[in-house]
Design a protein around this ligand. Structure first.
Ligand code: NDP
Ligand code: MG
Length: 399
């Protein structure tokens, strides 16, 4: 057996994927790339294949797979190119794979992430949408297969680091009173409310502290990202929504905190660079160099905290309601949000319409109990179709 950990990076061409490859590139004695996937940035994927020489590469369609296969052969690589969701699931669950970085954005990441979980892999979870959609089924699959699930989302990675090793006994049993989930407040934290009507995708994607993909950047601007993270935290740490408090902390230096019954509050701090949680999860329970500069507290100088403003950020309230409703509500919230964010990025709707579309979708459909993956996928499909109808209704051409 190879002494190197074999790693599949799903979503290798994205922000988290590239940060993962940066960390892995620093530790060739520990990790070897087994498979890489890309979706639209296939020139970048080819360059990554030349650099990391994976056993497999995965692209969306057969024609693109053929083209990449020809190019890689011509470059002397033995990489086999697969395609589509089946290809993604194959490289996520392959018997020779030890670790899977789940960094595809959105619902498209659910099947391969679940395949990795069901195959009992060490799963580094960036793709929060997968867990939000299918929380109960996902966590049951983790228990059944013995997969090791480690959070990459910086807040959840921080919470994981601040909890005792036996937190799975239950938060009250290990003395936890509350989880304090920090949020930067995004680029529109202080903008006059009336101006939110006119913000552009470029403004929404210009996050003050983090460099991220476009979808999560818009989610951060609307604070839906924090809403999705609230749901994610409930599943990861077996918490009730009421046990989680959102704290706006504009500097993004504290990545989250855990409040214990004796009054102790533990926090994890660091520069806002995803290579820290990625390195933590890759090496866990050991520690490795991530390439992130040491935190300079004198340069940070001050840490501020505020309560979130739900009038400014209705998405946070909608997500908390979906978390409390349970069943298919989080899957519907997520699907409606994906459709609305894509429409905003295409300039088909205004920024505040993201929340109103999600609200309409959630009001249009009764919440159902989740029995199996089909229930989740049906709720996702239904919410997408309802959200598309809202787009039709609110369509105003270029905004
Ligand atoms: P990016 O948009 O930068 O990357 C997304 C990746 O997914 C790319 O590799 C993209 O391929 C691929 N992809 C997109 N659509 C599909 C699809 N339909 N099928 C298969 N692959 C697809 O996003 P991020 O890296 O920022 O985020 C990835 C995930 O990590 C998200 O779930 C996000 O919420 C989460 N996350 C990200 C953080 C960050 O700092 N970026 C922080 C915490 C969580 P291509 O680029 O080739 O089109
Ligand atoms: Mg986060």
């Amino acid at each position: 057996m190879s002494p190197l950990q074999q790693v599949t990076v799903l979503g290798a061409t994205g922000s988290i994927g590239l940060s993962t490859l940066d960390v892995i590139g620093r530790h060739p004695e520990r990790y070897q790339i087994f498979a890489l996937s890309g979706f639209s940035r296939l020139t970048e994927l080819e360059a990554l294949c030349l650099l990391y020489r994976p056993r497999f590469a995965v692209v969306p369609e057969a024609a693109a797979a053929h083209q990449l296969q020809v190019d890689l052969r011509a470059a002397g690589l033995a990489t086999e190119v697969l395609h589509g969701p089946a290809g993604l699931c194959q490289v996520a669950a392959h018997p020779e794979v030890d670790t899977v970085m789940a960094a595809i954005v959105g619902a498209a990441g659910l099947p391969p992430t679940l395949a990795a979980v069901e195959a009992g892999k060490k799963v580094l979870l960036a793709n929060k949408e997968a867990l939000v959609m299918s929380g109960a089924l996902f966590m049951q699959a983790v228990k059944r297969s013995g997969a090791v699930l480690l959070p990459i989302d910086s807040e959840h990675n921080a919470i994981f680091q601040c909890l005792p090793g036996d937190y799975a006994r239950g938060l009250p049993q290990v003395g936890v009173r509350r989880i304090l989930l920090t949020a930067s407040g995004g680029p529109f934290r202080e903008m006059p409310l009336a101006q939110l009507q006119d913000v552009t995708p470029e403004q929404a994607c210009a996050h003050p502290n983090w460099s991220m993909g476009r979808k999560i950047s818009v989610d951060s601007a609307s604070m839906m990202n924090k809403g999705l993270e609230l749901i994610e935290a409930c599943w990861l740490f077996d918490a009730k929504p009421a046990q989680i408090e959102v704290v706006v902390h504009p500097q993004s230096v504290i990545h989250s905190l855990v409040d214990y019954v004796d009054g102790s509050v533990l926090a994890q701090l660091g520069n806002p660079d995803m290579r820290t949680p990625i390195s933590h999860a890759l090496a866990w329970p050991e520690r490795i160099d991530s390439g992130v500069a040491p935190l300079d507290l004198f340069a940070v100088a001050r840490l501020d905290f505020q309560a979130p403003d739900e009038q400014r950020f209705p998405c946070l309230r909608l997500a908390r309601q979906a978390a409390e409703a349970g069943g298919t509500a989080p899957a519907m919230l997520n699907a409606a949000n994906e459709v609305a964010v894509a429409a905003f990025l295409e300039r088909r709707i205004r920024f505040p319409e993201i929340a109103s579309i999600i609200d309409s979708v959630l009001n249009a459909e009764a919440v159902r109990a989740v029995e199996n993956l089909d229930t989740v996928l049906a709720a996702d499909k239904r919410a997408r179709s309802l959200a598309q109808q809202c787009l039709g209704g609110s369509s105003r051409g270029e905004v």
